[in-house]
Design a binder for this molecule. Sequence first.
Ligand code: DAH
Length: 343
Amino acid sequence: MTVLDQLEQFEEEALASIHRAEDLEEIQAIRVKYLGREGLITGILRGIGDLPPDQRADVGQRGNAVKQAIESALEEAEACLERARRRAQFEAQRLDVTAPGKPWAPGNYHPLGQTFDQVLDILVSMGYAIVRGPEVEKEWYNFSGLNIQDDHPARDMQDSFYVTEDVVLRSQTSPIQLRHMQAVAPEIPVRIVGPGRTYRRDTEDMSHSPVFHQCEALLIDQEVTFGQLRWTLTAFARRLFGPSVDVRFRPSHFPFTEPSAEVDISCMFCHGQGCSTCKGSGFLEILGAGMVHPQVLINGGYDPDLVSGFAFGMGIERLTMLKYGISDLRLLYRNDTRFLAQF
Ligand code: DAH
C-alpha cells in the first residue's frame, strides 16, 4: 500500500468514526488518534523527508488536505454535539410553571405581641402616649427614686440582675414613669404608657421567667382621684377581657404608690364560681395600681401640693395566659409552631 493509499484509508476511517461519535470525549479521542503528536496523519507528514523525492510533494499536499478535512469534520461534529448537549441540558432544566408550588406555612403573630397590641390600643385610645425607657437602668430609677428602700428584698442580688453596683437590668417598667416625669415636669397633664422587657433572677417554671414583659401607665394632673383610677381600670379590664367581667380592687402595698391596690377580674373560666385557675376564689389578679406616692412625684420634679396622679403596671405574660387560658408560661417561649398557630 502506498503512502497516498494509506492517507485515503485513514481519511475514510477518521470521517466514518467522527460520524459515529456520540460525545465530545469520543471526538477528542479521534483527534488524538489521527492529528495528535503521535497521531497517524501527523506520523505520515513527519515522515515525508524519508520518502523518495518524487513522492514528497504529492504526499505533502494530500496529507495536509486530509489533515484539514479531518480537522473541519471534527469541529463540525463538536459544534453539533455541543448544541445537542445544551439542548438536552435545557430540556432537563425545563421549568414547569404549571406545577403546584411547595406548601408554605405563613407565620402568625405571637400571642404576647397580640396582647401587647391590645393593651396599647386600649390605652392609646384613652389618650395615653407610648414612651419607652432603657432596659439597662440606673439603680436609682429602678429602686431608690421609686421609694424602694435599701432593705427591700427586690434589691437583693438574688432577686435582680446587677450590671454594676448601681446599674441593673430593670426589674419592672416603673422606672419609665420617673424618667418621663423628669423629662416633662412641671407639664400637665401627663398620660403615658410604657411597655417593655423586664428582668428578674427567677428560675424558669410554669409562672416565672428571668425575662418577661410589663406595661406601665402613669397619669398626672390636677386633683386626680382614686375614683378616676377605678373608672380607668374598670374600663380597661372590660375592654381587654370582655364587658361582663367584674373588677375588684384589693388593698395592697407598693412603695411607689399610696394607697396601693391589686386589681382582680372575675374568673372568666368559671364566671366567679371558683375553679382551679382562680384557686376557688372566683377572681384573678391582673395588675397593680395606686396613687403616685408624693415622694415619687417630688423625685420626678412635680410638686405634690399642686398635682396628683395614679399609676398601674401589669405583666403581659400573665394577661396573655389569662386571656387565652394558657397554663404554662414556658409555652410562650418555646416557639413551637403547633402551639403558636392556635392564636
Ligand atoms: N412595678 C410593679 C411590679 O412590677 C407593678 C406596679 C404596681 C406598677 C403598682 C405600678 C403600680 O405603676 O402603681 O410588680
